[in-house]
Design a protein around this ligand. Structure first.
Ligand SMILES: C=C(O[C@@H]1C=C(C(=O)O)C=C[C@H]1O)C(=O)O
Length: 353
């Protein structure tokens, strides 16, 4: 059902006020916002990929993967162009008490690489901002208006919490056996420069993602095609991206398990990097760097990596930010990168251009 922005968001607000599960999402470069409003507050676990609905899968721990099933919810849509902006929130001063420990986390990551434990690890942190009140739905409107090229979502379940984000990264998009995916990594800020210069560190960390994705695809697909590496922009950040297409010839669920988590969010090789993350990061990632999106019964899926995201919990807005560490990483620069990533999310909250 296509509604006007006003009617759409009124329905969404009523549903949210009744503390019922819902998801709002907009695919990259598309003009429609989709809503799925679940009829009751059952927490549906994702059992396998042949279900139909919107899924939310954590970074680790498949037992916490959940779905808003298509057959248990009402679906509504509206055009982005009919959506008015929400209110902005003033955040007075940002504090970064976690800076020192993030620097030492990065240093220990670099040491582990020097000791041959792995070649790359993605290290992240949370940033907590006290906000006694937040108009989450208004914030989602701003997110969707501001980041038309991202996968913009708001996901709420009374038994899990509220997550929101604007992801620039496709995990996998499969339709009629045709796979689209991407290796997205490396970051520089947009300072108004006309060309972006990439160093060896950035080129290598992105190349590792491409290699790992191609390796995951090889047992599940044929006709694999790889684009040139290109510079892409996501809000005020530039990344390196390789686009990859293929034809699905195996089981989609197996392929997703092989792909996730890619070295864009975990590391290379996967298992020692994952162990390092779990043993050393100072918080639990939960759904950050997991994946989310829609699946259906015909082996079709549009799934995105849960990045540039935040959670509203208690009276705090929690942002999640990280970056890829290689042997050439400099802790201070990696810190700055997480600050910049946090700002791209926060600018939407505060209405900063
Ligand atoms: C981990 C994040 O982003 C990922 C890491 C990147 C990097 O290391 O430069 C770039 C894009 C994403 O694949 C994040 O945004 O939190």
């Amino acid at each position: 059902m296509i509604l006007t922005g006003e009617v759409f968001f009124k329905e969404v607000s009523n549903h949210y006020d009744q503390e019922l599960p819902l998801v709002l999402y907009k695919y990259p470069a598309k003009t429609k916002i989709h809503g799925m409003l679940q009829f009751d507050n059952t927490l549906h676990k994702l059992v396998h990929m042949k279900q139909q609905g919107f899924i939310m899968v954590p970074f680790v721990g498949k037992e916490n993967a959940v779905i808003i099933p298509k057959d248990s919810s009402k679906e509504i849509q509206c055009e982005l162009s009919s959506v008015s902006s929400g209110h902005s929130i003033e955040i007075l001063e940002l504090e970064y008490p976690e800076k020192q420990r993030h620097l030492s986390l990065v240093d220990s990551g670099v040491k582990a690489i020097e000791n041959g434990k792995f070649q790359k690890v993605v290290l992240s942190r949370e940033q907590r901002i006290s906000l006694p009140e937040l108009d989450c739905i208004g914030l989602y409107k701003n997110l969707a208006r501001r980041y038309p090229d991202a996968f913009c979502y708001l996901w709420y379940h009374p038994k899990v919490g509220l997550w929101m984000g604007a992801s620039p990264e496709t995990l996998i998009d499969v339709k009629d056996q045709k796979i689209h995916t991407m290796a997205l990594a490396a970051t520089v800020g947009d300072h108004g420069q006309t060309t972006v210069q990439w160093g060896e560190k950035e080129k290598q960390e992105q190349a590792m993602v491409t290699v790992a994705i191609l390796d995951a695809l090889k047992d599940y697909s044929s006709d694999i095609k790889v684009s040139e590496v290109q510079t892409v922009k996501a809000a005020k950040l530039y990344h390196l991206q390789t686009k990859i297409t293929a034809k699905l010839s195996g089981d989609l669920e197996g392929l997703i398990e092989e792909l996730h988590p890619t070295p864009a969010v975990c590391g290379l090789p996967k298992l020692p990097a994952l162990d390092f993350i779990q043993a050393n990061e100072f918080y639990k990632r939960n759904y950050y760097t997991g994946y989310l999106g829609t699946i259906n019964m015909e082996q079709q899926a549009q799934l995105y990596v849960n990045l540039r995201c935040m959670q509203y919990i208690g009276n705090e807005l929690v942002l999640y930010v990280g970056g890829g560490i290689t042997i050439d990483s400099v802790a201070e620069r990696e810190w700055e990168e997480t600050v910049n990533k946090g700002k791209t999310i926060l600018n939407v909250v505060t209405g900063t251009p």
